[in-house]
Design a protein. Structure first.
Length: 215
């Protein structure tokens, strides 16, 4: 009986080890579009975990141009492959830029939340806002969908992932994507919802950003 019990223990340990991951399911903002990958907020996040939480794997499954429909279709395979503990959903911006249905976007996000939970992972949302290119009503309806999902499904939400970016003139010449200089700010924004789920001491909002928000 010793060997079977030992085998079961080893299998259980391996499963826990594989599950010690954070899956980032995002679009070009999380894929570090227009800058070096090493400058992007996801890479900075991974680097910040190296010293105290090296067992936490960060899987960046972000794809430039990704919509919520695309993310929803890819998520089951990613969950099966990586078995993450946390799923960060940073999608919706391309739905808005393409004028797609905000209601369909909300349904896609809600399904991604449900899929994540069914796999045993904890989902968090990084919300987005869009300029009123398709009218003020569309822009408001778009923004409301993130809050509705967060409220109805009790999901941690950072309402506007690019908060503070425009105030720091941190947008590339294309008028859409953040520069390398503001990637630490994006990381701090993300950590407001990711941080509470991490083991104590793994990551925290930087003192400079905390001071700026307090002021």
């Amino acid at each position: 009986m010793v060997r079977p019990l030992l085998l079961m223990a080893l299998v259980g340990f391996a499963t826990l080890a594989r599950a010690n991951g954070i899956l980032i399911l995002g679009d070009s903002i999380s894929a570090a579009y227009g800058i070096e990958k090493s400058q992007g907020w996801v890479h900075l996040f991974e680097q910040s975990l190296d010293a105290s939480c090296s067992n936490l794997e960060v899987i960046n499954a972000s794809v430039s141009g990704e919509t919520t429909a695309g993310g929803k279709s890819r998520l089951p395979g990613l969950l099966e492959q990586h078995q993450p503990e946390i799923v960060v959903i940073e999608l919706g911006g391309n739905d808005g830029l393409r004028g797609l249905s905000p209601i369909a976007m909300r349904q896609n996000i809600a399904q991604m939340v449900s899929l994540s939970r069914e796999s045993g992972a904890t989902p968090v949302l990084l919300g987005m806002r869009i300029p009123p290119n398709y009218g003020e009503q569309y822009a408001r309806l778009f923004e409301q969908q993130f809050a509705q999902v967060a409220r109805e499904l009790d999901v941690p939400l950072f309402p506007f992932f690019l908060e503070g970016v425009f105030e720091q003139d941190g947008i590339q010449k294309d008028g859409i994507h953040p520069t390398a200089d503001v990637q630490p700010l994006l990381l701090d924004n993300a950590l407001t919802v990711i941080g509470p789920l991490l083991p104590v001491g793994c990551a925290s909002v930087s003192a400079n950003t905390a001071d700026q928000r307090a002021g």
